[in-house]
Design a binder for this molecule. Structure first.
Ligand code: SF4
Length: 265
């Protein structure tokens, strides 16, 4: 069986505990305005015109994104850094896109890692049919679970889908006492209002202490430059990075409830 992968990043430090290898699955059911990996959305191999600038001149090059890989091929890449996982308490993180879109392939990889004693994490949007979660959720040691907006209408406007299934799946996963770290991308002017933070806190308080850790992921401008590099239309422009003081105030709010809060993943 093969899966569509668009990148494998070794020595990753922000995708879960310790030193990790992050395997990026191609294909995503969301279309976030601020997407930091615009090339990850389409579930197909793609070819972009890559623009390189040198001495004021622009050079065009075709770049292929996405590769069909077998379980063995991916596992071979993961195993290259096994020594670092052991030393640092790290492992492998399956990210995307949305890894559960290729849940059978994900299941095989999780099985293989378990067999080899490698710690696993799945970074998910949560926008996945329950049956797919049910089939393999026990195989992952950790979930990095994205929460983007509590208001259903705004969630739909900014990501293209409702947040209902995402919240239901989070509650379901928490009830099953899975280890979950919430990831909240803080995008100024889109989801950093006091109202949204308070509603998120209300939801997460209900899940505490099953869920007890939140990572705030400050918006960065990489999505814009990537979109430009790949010749894609940038969906939002002119957004500044979040103010550090505001990030601190969001951190404090969650810490008051007892959550461990990290900034930057
Ligand atoms: S969920 Fe992640 S990969 Fe998918 S569109 Fe949103 S930011 Fe991009």
């Amino acid at each position: 069986m093969k899966g569509l992968i668009f990148d494998i990043k070794r020595l990753a430090l922000h995708d879960g505990p310790g030193i990790r290898t992050t395997v990026f699955f191609k294909g995503c059911p969301l279309n976030c305005l601020w997407c930091h990996n615009p090339e990850s959305r389409c579930f197909d191999t793609e070819s972009y015109t890559h623009l390189d600038r040198l001495d004021g001149q622009v050079f065009k090059k075709q770049k292929e994104v996405g590769k069909w890989m077998s379980v063995d091929e991916v596992i071979r890449e993961i195993e290259k850094d096994k020594i670092f996982y052991k030393e640092s308490g790290g492992g492998v993180t399956f990210s995307g896109g949305e890894p559960f879109l290729q849940y059978e392939f994900l299941g095989y990889l999780l099985h293989a890692c378990k067999h080899k004693g490698i710690h696993t994490a799945v970074d998910t949007t949560g926008y996945i049919k329950r049956e797919k979660f049910e089939s393999i959720y026990k195989l992952s040691d950790l979930f990095l679970y994205d929460l983007k907006h509590m208001d259903e209408r705004l969630h739909k406007k900014y990501t293209g889908v409702s947040n209902k299934l995402i919240i239901e799946n989070l509650e379901w996963l928490s009830e099953r006492k899975r280890k979950i770290i919430i990831r909240f991308p803080v995008v100024p002017g889109y989801n950093d209002s006091e109202k949204n933070i308070d509603l998120m806190r209300l939801l997460l308080e209900k899940l505490y202490p099953n869920v007890n850790q939140i990572d705030l992921l400050p918006y960065h401008r990489m999505s814009g430059s990537k979109a430009e590099r790949f010749g894609l239309e940038q969906q939002i422009a002119g957004i500044e990075k979040p103010d550090p003081a505001q990030l601190e105030s969001i951190r404090k709010k969650f810490e008051e409830t007892g959550f461990t809060v990290g900034i930057g993943g």
